[in-house]
Design a binder for this molecule. Sequence first.
Ligand code: ADP
Length: 175
Amino acid sequence: MTTQLTLIKGDITNQSVDAIVNAANSSLMGGGGVDGAIHRKGGAAILDACKEIRRTQWRGGLPTGKAVLTTAGALPAQAVIHTVGPIYKQDRERAPSLLRACVSSSLTLAHTSNLRTIAFPAISTGVYGYPMREAATLMRDESQQYIDTHPEAFDEIRFVLFDDRALQIFQDVWS
Ligand code: ADP
């Protein structure tokens, strides 16, 4: 088995994969960007599941770099993995390892949940201000490392970029 690594331009909420990753914030109560789109299109079941996680597991909010799994509600995906990316200007020297942790914790959670296709957005590159090229490099390195150590885990790891510029940067970094 080999894992297919795919880069596409698109909307994360339209991906028919086992798991899509949400660029959430630590409240897990929704927000703008990817987070807003996922909650809007997925419906109340996702927010209900997030509230339950806050109540039972992460009362103080989900820490940066960690990941949790919920239903995908009305979305075509089977599940949503919520992870909190670093805030570039605030997390500073910790930002790269935190962004890598987002990727590895999301992949670990998908893998242990037997979800074999996963789609990521460009975590932290919106409101959280991470430079696209640096983020792309870290996400490539971390996903490649996971594939190297767990070659049987995934059929596909997909990065879904929202515009031409983001897609171009990811393609440059991958080539
Ligand atoms: P963060 O708060 O982690 O920076 P954002 O949601 O603000 O997260 O943005 C992360 C990236 O996702 C940005 O590059 C943004 O352009 C992109 N994006 C926004 N909406 C979508 C979507 N529906 N599907 C895929 N990518 C999206």
